[in-house]
Design a protein around this ligand. Structure first.
Ligand SMILES: [Fe+2]
Ligand SMILES: [Fe+2]
Length: 356
């Protein structure tokens, strides 16, 4: 896999399209970087405007239910544990993408939001008396003995992994919100308005994270279709939730989440993989795998595919529309504070992109 992210050499990166109409790798890397930076700036403004809640003051902690079922108690502790590895998630991702202004700065802000999730679930476990302060303290010390490692060593695979991981996390919290709203059969007695507000607030953050990574990944797909499709295939082949190997009580957490239909193989296949693939314009895992296999490998000197079955692997029309929509969003934001007149983020069409 290529190691992307500029500046490699500013001279190459700045080079305009070649006569044949093929964009050089350096130029494409620069376009991706620039797009992600624009998206990050849009994201930050929106995050501050709409999701700037405080962990301690934002919820009526004194009135959270104190009689949750053992299943819900176990899930709450598991949510806390998974989020508690946020220093590892953030530090290691930043280290990998440190040369990308957009991605590295985004990871810092992302980390600050994930940190809120860990502290919010911590509060939820404590105030609901799901665990005593001493139990939770000991549990925290136990889990943090282990260190989370990056599931992928290259930025593109990590980006794709994060798309699916954020979607899975969002789904976990949406399903917890359903329990808290009294909408899950067999868990009606776990209804709780405070937990509903908590789970909804965190799920909303996860949706925003998912969207950021998805938009970034689609941008990458627009300029590097085959490499991105291959990364999607690889990631889905090995996908596991973070901290799965780290938690001493993972099995109990998994079984509780399964029992409450919060998260399990069914939810993963239907609400994570199928939905994620759809948003990449891919019909199914099988069509992705077969499409990649069928693809005739005829790259030009830049490694770019010029003519192949790749276009049948996914819907290029939907991706280009998504990417254009992304630039419209970024440009709209830039015009709000005058950046449109100074240094606007510009969409550069990929000339080899199939027009349908
Ligand atoms: Fe989170
Ligand atoms: Fe997240």
């Amino acid at each position: 896999m290529n190691s992307i992210y500029p500046p490699r050499e500013i001279i190459e990166a700045d080079r305009p399209p070649r006569p044949a109409g093929v964009l050089s790798r350096g130029y494409r890397d620069r376009l991706i970087e620039r797009g992600i930076l624009g998206l990050y700036r849009w994201y930050t403004a929106r995050s501050q405007e709409t999701r700037n809640w405080n962990v301690d003051m934002g919820f009526d902690w004194r009135n959270i239910k104190t009689t949750f079922s053992p299943t819900v108690k176990q899930i709450l502790q598991g949510f806390f544990a998974v989020e508690q590895y946020v220093p590892d998630y953030t530090a290691k991702a930043i280290d990998l993408v440190r040369r990308s202004h957009g991605r590295s700065h985004f990871q810092i802000r992302w980390g600050s939001e994930e940190e809120k999730h860990a502290d919010t679930w911590w509060n939820a476990v404590l105030f609901s008396k799901s665990r005593t302060p001493l139990e939770l303290e000991e549990y925290k010390h136990l889990i943090i003995q282990k260190e989370w490692e990056l599931p992928w060593e290259d930025p593109v695979h990590l980006l794709i992994y994060t798309v699916f991981q954020e979607r899975a996390t969002q789904l976990n919290y949406i399903n917890m919100a359903k329990i808290a709203a009294g909408q899950k059969e067999g868990f009606e007695s776990d209804a709780c308005p405070v937990l509903l507000k908590v789970a909804t607030a965190i799920a909303t953050d996860e949706a925003a994270h998912y969207n950021f990574f998805l938009e970034s990944a689609r941008l990458h797909m627009y300029y590097y279709p085959l490499e991105t499709l291959e990364a999607i295939r690889d990631v889905l082949e090995h996908f596991a939730m973070p901290a799965q190997k780290l938690l001493p009580d993972w099995q109990a957490f998994f079984e509780a989440a399964y029992k409450a239909a919060v998260y399990g193989p069914r939810e993963y296949a239907r609400d994570v993989v199928a939905i994620g693939l759809e948003q990449f314009g891919i019909a199914s895992r099988r069509s992705l795998e077969e499409g990649i296999k069928r693809t005739r490998l005829v790259p030009d000197e830049n490694g770019q595919m010029v003519d192949s079955a790749i276009w049948e692997t996914f819907d290029p029309n939907s991706i280009v529309k998504d990417v254009q929509r992304l630039y419209t969003k970024i440009n709209g934001f830039e015009s709000k504070y005058g950046m449109d007149l100074i240094d606007p983020t510009q969409f550069v069409p990929n000339p080899v992109w199939k027009t349908v």
